[in-house]
Ligand binder design. Structure first.
Ligand code: ADP
Ligand code: MG
Length: 152
């Protein structure tokens, strides 16, 4: 599935729509791919807000991960841009976040791919003119179900 996102507001809107498609999903793994400045954090923040996260949503650029405990779910926002060695992930307690009961939103997943659960959905953002091209690819049956709920 492809969309053109003309401005930041369009990225935020599609994040809300993705959150709506995720409301009934207890856990899933979503990779957010694209260059620096592509809009990955903007999209993640909008998904988090759409699922009920209130207050500041910090980019996990330095902490590598930011967990959110909501009443109905657990969300793990990960950003591996600054990781030097994937083994750093061993220290972060990722095993506490089984993908069946955690929504994983992972920026720069390729930098720690050997230590991450497999993606259900891969979302790629790419700068184009003043906006962004967004591409969503489902990798599992769960990913296809989320994409279907999203497109509906
Ligand atoms: P990343 O996490 O991929 O490095 P960010 O989400 O931090 O990127 O955002 C980069 C910038 O792109 C932000 O200033 C944001 O406002 C802007 N932006 C997000 N979506 C769009 C869009 N569709 N068109 C134009 N600018 C956008
Ligand atoms: Mg980012």
């Amino acid at each position: 599935m492809k969309r053109f996102l003309a401005d930041e507001a369009a990225t935020i809107e599609i994040g809300r729509a993705l959150a709506a498609a995720l409301v009934d999903v207890p856990g899933a793994v979503i990779f957010l791919e694209g260059d620096l400045g592509a809009g990955k954090t903007t999209l993640a923040r909008s998904i988090l807000r759409g699922l009920g996260v209130r207050g500041t949503v910090r980019s996990p650029t330095y902490t590598l991960l930011e967990p959110y405990e909501l009443e109905l779910r657990r969300i793990l926002h990960v950003d591996l841009y600054r990781i030097a060695d994937p083994d750093e992930l061993d220290q972060l307690g990722l095993n506490d976040y089984p993908s069946g009961e955690t929504l994983w939103l992972v920026e720069w997943p390729q930098r720690g791919i050997s230590h991450l659960p497999a993606a259900d959905l891969e979302i790629r953002l790419q700068a184009d003119a003043a906006g962004r091209n967004l591409e969503i690819a489902a990798r599992t049956a769960l990913g296809r179900a989320i994409e279907a709920a999203f497109s509906a």
